[in-house]
Write a protein that binds this ligand. Structure first.
Ligand SMILES: [Zn+2]
Length: 412
């Protein structure tokens, strides 16, 4: 089997898809179910059909393009990613896993390879949390990680629910039917840009993901008591911002002392009320995003933070309430998928790094229902989610080649 990636065609397709955007080039903005997103989906479906894939869409808008294998009843081997993009994004996030996945399938077709298991391109709907505040809606529903009822009620900024928005986009089926049956996929592989600088620094073009870190997010409110900045003497104060400051530093200390570099914690929002120069802050709201590749370690750090919050609350006589928004478990990638990717790299003499995915992806959720792996390629300076995001055509083609080889191994 001689596999060849058509680098020129792949690059041209990446440019064409990038041009379907709500913003002027080179900016890509493609929020789910907007006219740009619907147009991009139609364009992708046409590409899949051109290459003889059988296309279906589910009720949340996940697109499946299937190349039937010799045993059409056997579980399929899946590959894919997403094409929705946050405002002011670039051309490559998600897209290289979709167009690179399609080119991998075409390369296999051109080589004369005939899979035993069907190979399926999966374009996940609504990976980015931009519209509904929660990421990976499509893969959460496919894996049953989120219930259809909970998903239907999510609302966008204009107060429109997922159910209303998807129906306007032409997706009227039942959300209950999106969940895939157990054993639907024999294996799943996602090709993606690294969205970090490690491959570039190591001058290595390929990364095989060992584990995918996952976040827990919390809203934390601190209530003290306000008053005149001149009138209330220091011993009498219950300053909510001073308490929040102590808590933020305790969060940093807890993450730093977890014993692993994979633990990261961030307070990215701090709202102060009433936010006036001569008024003692009476109320503060902060957010906490804490990520790790190990669930037990992440939970232990969260308990340390909770104890710190109790101490600060008692000492400063303020109330501290935390609301857990989500707590997804991290995932280990499947040995058989990592093995297929590593064998493919070795076969071509391509060096690779084994690494952690610090961003999370649809693969995190698909890993709940199928052996899953991810292949990373470098992106310049580690930049992603910005218009100057860049991956070289050579790196993309190399990623697609290794992906194609791995799909062949997994589907034989
Ligand atoms: Zn992505």
């Amino acid at each position: 089997m001689k596999l060849e990636i058509d680098q020129q065609r792949l690059s041209a397709e990446i440019e064409k898809l990038a041009a379907i955007s709500e913003a002027q080039p080179p900016i890509v903005t493609r929020i789910v179910f907007t006219p740009a997103d619907l147009k991009a989906r139609a364009w992708m479906i046409a590409r899949c059909k051109e290459d003889g894939l059988a296309v279906r869409q589910d009720a949340i808008g996940n697109i499946f393009g299937r190349w039937n294998g010799a045993d059409s009843t056997a579980p399929a081997v899946g590959t894919g990613s997403h094409i929705d993009a946050i405002p002011n994004a670039g051309k490559y996030d998600g897209v290289i896993g979709v167009l690179g996945g399609l080119e991998a399938i075409r390369a296999l077709q051109r080589s004369g390879f005939r899979p035993k298991h069907s190979i399926e391109l999966l374009i996940f709907a609504t990976e980015e949390p931009t519209r509904f505040g929660i990421g990976c809606l499509g893969s959460r529903l496919l894996s049953g990680t989120l219930s259809a009822d909970a998903a239907a009620k999510l609302k966008d900024r204009d107060g429109e629910s997922v159910d209303e928005v998807r129906k306007k986009g032409g997706f009227s089926g039942k959300l209950q039917d999106v969940k895939l049956s157990t054993g639907y996929y024999k294996a799943f592989v996602e090709l993606h840009i690294e969205q970090g600088p490690l491959l570039e620094r190591a001058k290595t073009s390929l990364g095989i993901v060992k584990s995918i870190a996952a976040p827990a997010s919390l809203n934390i409110s601190i209530e003290g008591s306000g008053g005149h900045a001149g009138g209330v003497l220091m011993p009498d104060r219950k300053d909510a911002l001073c308490a929040a400051s102590e808590l933020i530093l305790a969060i940093e200390t807890a993450a730093r002392s977890s014993g692993a570099v994979d633990t990261v914690a961030t307070v990215g929002v701090c709202d102060v009320f009433p936010s006036a120069v001569n008024s003692i802050p009476s109320r503060v709201r902060i957010t906490l995003d804490i990520r790790d590749t190990d669930l037990a370690r992440r939970d232990a750090v969260m308990q340390t933070i909770e104890r710190a919050a109790q101490n600060i609350s008692a000492k400063r006589q303020v109330s501290i309430q935390a609301e857990l928004l989500n707590a997804d478990a991290p995932a280990d990638c499947a040995p058989e998928v990592r093995g297929a990717l590593a064998d493919s790299c070795r076969q071509h003499g391509f060096p690779f790094l084994e690494m952690v995915s610090r961003a999370y992806h649809d693969s995190l959720f698909i890993s709940r229902i199928a052996p899953t792996g991810m292949l990373f390629i470098p992106c310049r300076n580690g930049y992603s989610h910005r218009p100057d995001e860049y991956a070289s055509p050579e790196d993309i083609a190399r990623g697609a080649l290794v992906l194609a080889e791995a799909l062949a191994k997994l589907s034989s």
